[in-house]
Design a protein around this ligand. Structure first.
Ligand SMILES: NC(=O)c1ccc[n+]([C@@H]2O[C@H](COP(=O)([O-])OP(=O)(O)OC[C@H]3O[C@@H](n4cnc5c(N)ncnc54)[C@H](O)[C@@H]3O)[C@@H](O)[C@H]2O)c1
Length: 654
C-alpha cells in the first residue's frame, strides 16, 4: 500500500512518521509532498530526528530504521502520488488552497484513492464542494503529537462502502477513528479552541499570567495548561481561524470573537524561553480562573453532545486522549454533578453575553454514556466493544462494572437475541495491573477476585447466546472474559495466555476453573502454571475457540450467533460439572517462576475442579487471597510495574 501526506509544515512530517511506523509490518510506502524544498528538507530532518531518538531508546533496530527510511519518499512532484491508495492533505489551513490541491490531486490519483483533509475546522462539504468523487473525500483531523496520538476525528463522506474502507484504513494506520458531524471545528477543536480563547481573555483582563493560568488549569483538569499547549502546537493563528469559523456558524455569536491579544500574539510563544513555568496566584484569582475555564470546557463539551456532533462515549474518550485532560470531560461533569456544572456555567453566562448554556446543563440532565465500552446493534445482535486502545483494552474495575451494566441492559432488551463481546482491535490485554498492585490485604484480593467473577458469571448465565471475538494479545483477565462467554471466535493474530504466575498471582476471574474445563486438565494446568502463550491455531484445535481462525473475527462471531439462533450451531457456557482430577498434576518446568505461587495454584486447580464451577470459583478467590501472603506477589507486581512484562521477576519462593 502507498499513502501520502501533502504539506510538510508543523504537522505533515509527524503524520508521515506515524504512518511509516504503523505501516512497518505491511511495508507501507509514505510519500511526503510539499511545494517548497526547504519545507520538505525540514520535514525529512524532523523524521530523521524521531528515528534517531527511537534508535537511542532501543525502540527501533538498525535494520528497521533503515527499512523505515527507505519507505519514505519526499517529493516536490505531485504526479509521484499517482499510485497512492490514500492521501492526507495537511497543507496550509486555507479553503482555497485545499480546494486547489484537491482539484489537482483528483487528476493524479485513481478513482479508488481515498482522500483525507487534516483541517482543524473547515467543514468537509466546503472543501469537497467541487470534488469529482466527493464520496472518497473525508475530514481526517489529527491531534498533537500526530506521530503517536491515537485519535483521528473523521467526518464521513456519505458513501457507506467507502466510509467502511476509510474507518478500516485509519485503524491500519494506527489511529482510533472518532466520527463527528460536519460542523465548523467538529468536536474536539470546538472545546479546545474556546478553552484557549478563555485563557487568553483571563490573561488580557489581568487575572493571571500564562504561568499562573497554566498552573491553576493543569491542577484542575490536567493537560499541561492552555498556554503551554498553544506554544507546543504553534496554535494561535489556527485558533483565531477556528474561532472565526465558529462565530460565523449558525450556532455562532459574538462570544466566539477571537481575543485581540490572541491575534496580536501570532506565532510568538507565550513562554519566551521555550519552556513552561508555573507561578502561584491568590485564591480568589485561582477560583475565578478555574470556574471560567471549567464553564467553557463543560458547556462546549455538552454542546457537542446535545447537537449530536459526536457520540458521548466517543467524546469522553476523545477529550482525554486527544486533548490530554486527566479524565474525559463528560466524566469530569459527572464527578462535579449536574448542580455544580449548572452553577459554573450559568454564573459564567450571566457575565458573558452570547455564551450558550446547552440544554442538558440548563435542565440538569447530563449525558449518560459508557466510558470504556461501545454498545452497537446489528439487527437482532448487540456488539459490546471494550474501547481502551491506549492500554490495549485492559479491563479496569470500572470496565468490569460497565460490562455488568451493559449485560443487564442487553438481557432486558427483547430486541437483542445474541451478543458479541469484542474490543477496539481484538486485543484484550488483561486486568489493570495498577489496580491489582494496590490491593492491601488478603480480604481485598479475595474481594477483587470474587467481584470480577460475579460479572463473569453473569455473562456466563446470560439467557442470550454470547460469543467473544478476539485477535492479537488476549491475556489474563481478557482471556477470562472470553471464557465466560458461550463461545469464542479468534483472528489469526491471537496470542493467548494466562500470564498471572509471572506477576506472582493466579488468575482470579475464573481462569483456573474455566480453562481446564475447556481444554482439559493437562493442557489447562500447563498453561496456567507456566504462563505460556499459544496462537490461534492451537486455541482452535484445543477447543478454546470455535472453528478456524478468521480474519473478520467479529463477522465470524455474528455468523456463529445467527447459526445458533437458527438452530444450525450450538454455543453453550463452559460446563460447570466437577471434573475427575488425577492424583498428581503432570510435572511442569517452572523456570524462574514462584514455587510459592505454584503451590497455591496447583491446590486451587485440584481442589476447585473436583467441585461444581460455582464452588471452584470460591476456591479460586481464596487462592487469590493467599497469594497476598507471599512475598512473591509483591515482587512480581513491582517488577511488572517497573520493568514491564518482558523482564522476569526474581522470586524468593516464600
Ligand atoms: N499544527 C497542528 O498542530 C495541527 C493539528 C491538527 C490539524 N492541523 C491542520 O493540518 C494542516 C497543516 O497545518 P500545519 O500547522 O502543519 O500548517 P503549516 O502552515 O505549518 O504547514 C503547511 C505546509 O503546507 C505547504 N503547502 C502550502 N500549499 C501547498 C500546496 N499547494 N501543496 C503542497 N504543500 C503546500 C506549505 O509549504 C507548508 O510547508 C492544516 O489544515 C491544519 O489546520 C494542524
Amino acid at each position: 500500500m502507498n499513502v501520502a501526506v501533502i504539506g510538510s509544515g508543523s504537522i505533515g512530517p509527524d503524520l508521515a512518521y506515524g504512518f511509516l511506523s504503523a505501516g512497518a509490518q505491511a511495508g507501507i510506502k509514505v510519500f511526503l509532498h510539499d511545494i517548497r524544498q526547504e519545507a520538505l528538507d525540514a520535514g525529512v530532518s524532523r523524521i530523521e530526528g524521531y528515528v534517531t531518538k527511537a534508535r537511542k531508546r532501543g525502540k527501533l533496530s538498525a535494520r528497521d530504521a533503515g527499512a523505515l527510511r527507505a519507505r519514505l519518499v519526499p517529493t516536490l512532484d505531485l504526479q509521484q502520488l499517482a499510485g497512492c491508495d490514500y492521501v492526507l492533505e495537511a497543507a496550509t489551513e486555507d479553503l482555497k488552497t485545499k480546494q486547489a490541491i484537491l482539484a489537482r490531486l483528483e487528476n493524479v490519483v485513481d478513482a479508488g484513492c481515498l482522500i483525507g483533509f487534516a483541517t482543524s475546522g473547515l467543514p468537509r462539504a466546503r472543501i469537497a464542494a467541487g470534488a469529482r468523487h466527493p464520496g472518497r473525500c473525508f475530514v481526517n483531523h489529527p491531534f498533537f503529537p500526530a506521530w503517536r496520538a491515537l485519535p483521528m476525528e473523521i467526518v464521513l463522506s456519505g458513501d457507506p462502502a467507502l466510509e467502511l474502507k476509510m474507518l478500516a484504513l485509519m485503524k491500519q494506520l494506527g489511529k482510533v477513528p472518532i466520527v463527528t458531524r460536519d460542523v465548523p471545528c467538529f468536536a474536539a477543536d470546538d472545546i479546545f479552541v474556546n478553552y484557549c480563547a478563555e485563557a487568553v481573555r483571563l490573561h488580557a483582563e489581568g487575572i493571571g499570567t500564562p504561568a499562573q493560568i497554566d498552573d491553576v488549569v493543569d491542577r484542575a483538569v490536567g493537560g499541561g495548561g492552555p498556554f503551554w499547549v498553544m506554544d507546543l502546537t504553534h496554535g494561535n493563528p489556527l485558533n483565531v481561524h477556528c474561532l472565526e469559523l465558529m462565530k460565523e456558524a449558525p450556532t455562532g455569536s459574538a462570544w466566539f470573537t477571537p481575543p485581540p491579544l490572541m491575534i496580536s500574539q501570532g506565532v510568538t510563544p507565550w513562554y519566551p524561553g521555550g519552556q513552561p513555568s508555573r507561578e502561584p496566584c491568590d485564591p480568589a484569582a485561582a477560583r475565578e480562573i478555574r470556574d471560567r475555564i471549567l464553564a467553557v470546557l463543560l458547556a462546549r463539551t455538552v454542546f457537542v453532545t446535545d447537537q449530536d456532533i459526536c457520540d458521548p462515549s466517543d467524546l469522553n474518550w476523545l477529550t482525554k486522549n486527544a486533548l490530554g485532560y486527566a479524565i474525559g470531560l463528560l466524566s469530569l461533569a459527572e464527578q462535579l454533578g449536574a448542580d455544580e456544572v449548572h452553577r459554573i456555567c450559568t454564573e459564567y453566562a450571566a457575565r458573558h453575553p452570547g455564551f450558550e448554556v446547552p440544554r442538558s446543563i440548563r435542565e440538569r440532565t447530563l449525558p449518560r454514556f459508557y466510558r470504556d465500552l461501545l454498545v452497537a446493534r446489528d439487527d437482532e445482535l448487540a456488539v459490546v466493544t471494550v474501547r481502551r486502545p491506549e492500554v490495549r483494552n485492559a479491563l479496569s474495575g470500572h470496565t468490569i462494572t460497565e460490562l455488568d451494566q451493559a449485560f443487564a441492559a442487553l438481557e432486558a432488551d427483547p430486541a437483542v437475541h445474541g451478543i458479541v463481546v469484542t474490543s477496539f482491535d481484538g486485543a484484550l490485554a488483561g486486568a489493570d495491573i495498577g489496580e491489582l498492585a494496590v490491593l492491601r490485604d488478603v480480604a481485598a484480593c479475595e474481594a477483587s477476585s470474587s467481584g470480577g467473577q460475579r460479572v463473569m458469571s453473569r455473562i456466563a448465565a446470560c439467557s442470550k447466546p454470547v460469543v467473544a471475538a478476539v485477535d492479537g494479545p488476549v491475556m489474563g483477565g481478557g482471556a477470562e472474559l472470553c471464557m465466560a462467554c458461550h463461545a469464542r471466535v479468534v483472528g489469526p493474530g491471537l496470542v493467548l495466555a494466562q500470564p498471572e504466575v509471572k506477576l506472582g498471582i493466579i488468575p482470579g476471574y475464573g481462569g483456573t476453573q474455566r480453562l481446564p474445563r475447556l481444554v482439559g486438565i493437562e493442557r489447562g494446568a500447563e498453561l496456567l502454571r507456566t504462563g505460556r502463550a499459544i496462537g490461534a491455531k492451537e486455541a482452535c484445535a484445543w477447543g478454546w475457540a470455535s472453528g478456524e481462525p478468521a480474519a473478520d473475527f467479529v463477522g465470524a462471531a455474528k455468523d456463529l450467533l445467527r447459526r445458533h439462533l437458527r438452530g444450525e450451531a450450538m454455543v453453550v457456557p463452559v460446563d460447570p460439572a466437577p471434573m475427575v482430577v488425577p492424583q498428581k498434576l503432570q510435572a511442569t518446568e517452572l523456570g524462574h517462576l514462584s514455587l510459592a505461587v505454584d503451590e497455591i495454584l496447583v491446590a486451587v486447580i485440584r481442589e476447585g475442579l473436583q467441585q461444581p464451577l460455582a464452588e471452584g470459583l470460591e476456591v479460586e478467590s481464596r487462592g487469590m487471597g493467599r497469594c497476598k501472603t507471599t512475598v512473591d506477589m509483591d515482587i512480581g507486581m513491582k517488577n511488572f510495574i517497573t520493568n514491564g512484562p518482558r523482564v522476569p521477576a526474581v522470586f524468593l519462593h516464600e
